[in-house]
Design a protein around this ligand. Structure first.
Ligand code: FES
Ligand SMILES: [Fe+2]
Length: 421
């Protein structure tokens, strides 16, 4: 019998809704959000408990825990989760909250559990990698260890990529499989390994990070290196010829990738949102790299063929974004921390058989998106600084920011349900 329990949202009383209602009343469709959505700690608490925690979030790749006992921890808001592979080879997501008096149980960011156990640093309650409480010192005879396993949240593995949700009644994952899963399969991500992980700390609200990711209106002025390589940085009309040429190369190579948009239409109907979008690289670029040449062995269906000079953008829920090139992949995790602090983690994927130093150099694989992300950190922090002004007034989104506007509309419609509830 499993002693594991799934977290129940809304166990605590929800924070007051007055400030949320006031902020919603100020929202003008097609415009950036009113100031308090980017500042107010009460709205951040609503964000976390009613929006973020209700969705699915990428936490990493299965290759990060190759053997039984291997684990890593992830923090989202105030929550810490242990992602661990059990003796049965299943990967689980255990709440890192001791069932005795609540201490963090695992205090390391990654490693292998000694003897397959996690020992709480406070009074040494000891848990297995499946979360069962195995030892509790000096307890009365009628104490039932089976009632005190670590709580567990749902975890899904899709083409090697790990997703968790905090919801006891998770959003349906089918659209994620259809959109993200299809592309990740073509790119061979189930047979990938992690080349590098890097965390970026942002002084800014998580929604500014998410909005920034969703639009490329800023790419021309803020990302000159990215814009030299990706036609996506240009208005739609200037992209079409290059995108059509890429689609023709895909057809020639037998690569079956198209845009699959399962975004907000199903929000509120129990489905997780997901979309995938194809785009071309500029002539002469085979991947997103400094010199345009491949930086790692071709992956998935590209193996034994050649690059199609294109890539896919993949989005899942509000915090998980991905970029897939024929030779490497990128996981982009937005991590809300407080009303004014966010982190994002980049995880670079290469083929599982690629050998560092022989088949790829990590610096070359990482260059494009590390460079771009450091630029993003700056512009998001400038954005937050301006939004904090007493004189800030939300301005209109432009046509090139339609996905950011769509994201904000989706968020607002969810928060309206919270305010009404
Ligand atoms: S809080 Fe973990 S053993 Fe006491
Ligand atoms: Fe950017």
């Amino acid at each position: 019998m499993s002693t594991l329990q799934t977290i129940k949202l809304h166990a605590k009383a929800a924070p007051g809704r007055d400030s949320l209602r006031a902020a919603l009343a100020d929202y003008r469709p097609g415009h950036a959000l009113p100031q308090s959505f980017y500042q107010d700690p009460t709205i951040f608490e609503h964000d976390m408990r009613s929006f973020v925690m209700a969705h699915w979030h990428c936490v990493g790749h299965a290759s990060m825990v190759p053997n039984p006992g291997d684990f890593f921890t992830v923090e989202i808001g105030t929550e810490s989760i242990i992602i661990v592979r059990g003796k049965d080879r299943q990967i689980r997501a255990l709440l890192n909250v001791c069932r005795h008096r609540g201490s963090r149980v695992c205090t390391e960011s990654q490693g292998t559990a000694k003897n397959g156990m996690f020992v709480c640093p406070y009074h040494a309650w000891t848990y297995s990698c499946t979360g069962e409480l195995e030892r509790a010192r000096l307890m009365p005879e009628d104490f039932r260890k089976s009632d005190y396993g670590l709580k567990q949240v749902p975890l899904r593995v899709c083409e090697g990529v790990l997703f968790i949700t905090y919801s006891a009644d998770p959003l349906d994952f089918a659209r994620v499989e259809e959109s993200f899963g299809h592309a990740a399969k073509v790119y061979g991500w189930a047979k990938a390994k992690v080349a590098l992980r890097k965390m970026y700390a942002i002084n800014g609200n998580w929604k500014l990070v998410a909005e920034n990711y969703q639009e490329c209106y800023h790419c021309g002025p803020a990302h000159q290196e990215y814009s030299k390589r990706h036609v996506f940085a240009r208005p739609q009309a200037q992209r079409e010829a290059a995108d059509q040429a890429m689609a023709a190369r895909d057809a020639e190579l037998g690569i079956g990738l198209t845009d699959v948009d399962c975004f907000a239409e199903d929000a509120g109907l129990g489905h997780e949102s997901a979309d995938s979008c194809r785009s071309a690289l500029l002539d002469g670029y085979l991947t997103g790299s400094r010199d345009g040449q491949l930086v790692a062995p071709l992956m998935g269906e590209f193996k034994g063929k050649r690059s199609d000079g294109g890539f896919s953008f993949l989005d899942v829920g509000p915090t998980s974004n991905f970029v897939a090139y024929p030779d490497y992949g990128l996981i982009y995790r937005t991590i809300p921390l407080t009303a004014s602090k966010t982190a994002f983690e980049l995880i670079w994927l290469v083929d599982e058989n690629a050998v560092e130093g022989t088949d790829y150099r990590t610096d070359d694989v990482a260059w494009m998106w590390d460079y771009t992300s450091l630029e993003d950190k700056k512009i998001i922090e400038f954005n937050q600084a301006g939004v904090n002004s007493a004189f800030f007034e939300p301005g209109p989104y432009t046509p090139m920011e339609s996905d950011a506007a769509r994201f904000v509309d989706w968020y607002i419609s969810s928060m309206r349900q919270v305010a009404a509830g």
